[in-house]
Write a protein that binds this ligand. Structure first.
Ligand code: SF4
Length: 326
């Protein structure tokens, strides 16, 4: 392992100073430490932020929910407000990783986690994300689990997070703090598509710290849920997934929030599906029709053509499941 120094600041100010000087923030360490062991990541300095006061879950004055960056996945999934207001978040978290990992990993770390592309994790393979300019082993290699949406000539890796799919669907905002003060980014602006710079994965400035994720209020009643399709039923990443939230009133879909995981280089918001739902009466026919556009724009690779149809069916099934409870 590459040698590194370690500090554990007791104040946010101290942490930000260390981050600005090039330190890498670490909380649960469930991704970063693995990657350091494999020498995929070689930070010179780790800044342990576990003593910072970022572990609260609060209801915002407007009726949304704010989850502190250091709240663990397990704590967020079990929180009564998360469970009652946005079950899609709890379900996405509970279908992620293993119980041990969920007890350590944090919400901030989860949305920062790096791809599971095997070529990225093999330091002998070509990978533009790990070592810019070296090529992409997955494009012509074995790419069954890779992305079909948002890809570029330089990278076709999926974003691995489940809860990020729920956040994308719900149009969450990421709260950031840096040396120049605080700002918020729409979730869709926070995670970057690979383009020609796949090594840049988030729109973070140097030394910026995630302080929390805020989910805006949605009209009630709201039904929501998460479906994950994978090769085995535990401790596995999504081949496809669907985060759906619906507000149905007077027998009409008034609001719809839909996103897909396992298929995009970032969590994939399905705006066309949402538009097809709003103003319509819930029915099996509606779910099938709306899901028909879920894979629009897909560019499958040699081994993952099956994801196109699987994505449509995943979305249709989850619309039917969630819509049936509305
Ligand atoms: Fe690297 Fe992306 Fe290609 Fe995987 S898909 S090898 S992460 S450049």
């Amino acid at each position: 392992m590459h040698p590194f120094t370690y500090i554990k600041p007791s104040s946010t100010r101290e942490a930000l100073g260390a981050g600005r000087r090039g330190g890498r923030y670490v909380a649960g360490g469930t991704t970063l430490v693995d990657l350091m062991r494999e020498t995929v990541e070689r930070p010179d300095k780790l800044v342990d932020i576990n003593d910072l006061p970022l572990r609260e879950i609060t209801v915002t004055p407007r009726g949304g929910l704010r989850i502190g960056a250091l709240v663990t996945m397990a704590a967020a999934a079990a929180h009564p407000k998360v469970r009652t207001m946005f079950p899609v978040i709890s379900e996405a978290l509970e279908l992620s990783a293993s119980a041990q990992l969920r007890n350590m990993a944090t919400i901030g770390g989860n949305i920062m986690q790096r791809t599971r592309c095997t070529y990225f994790r093999d330091v002998t393979a070509a990978c533009n994300k790990r070592d810019p300019g070296t090529g992409c082993g997955a494009r012509e290699g074995f790419n069954r689990t890779h992305a079909i949406l948002g890809t570029s000539a330089d990278c076709v890796a999926t974003h691995p997070s489940d809860v990020a799919v729920a956040f994308a669907a719900l149009e969450a905002r990421v709260h950031l703090l840096g040396a120049d003060g605080s700002r918020t980014l729409a979730f869709s602006d926070f995670l970057l598509r690979p383009g020609s710079t796949p090594h840049r994965e988030q729109a973070l400035r140097r030394g910026e710290l995630i302080t929390g994720v805020e989910v805006p209020a949605l009209p009630r009643p709201l039904v929501s849920g998460y479906l994950k399709v994978r090769d085995r039923q535990s401790y596995e990443f999504a081949l496809t997934s669907a985060a759906v939230a619906l507000h149905v009133k007077g027998g009409i879909v008034r609001e719809a929030r839909v996103a897909a995981g396992g298929v995009g280089t970032v969590p994939w918001k399905l705006s066309a599906v949402e538009r097809a739902l709003v103003g319509e009466r819930p029915s099996d026919r509606l779910w099938a029709k709306a899901a028909g556009s879920a894979a629009d724009g897909a560019r499958p690779l040699r081994h993952n053509k099956f994801k196109v149809e699987l994505l449509r069916r995943t979305i249709e099934r989850q619309l039917r499941t969630v819509g049936g409870d509305a």
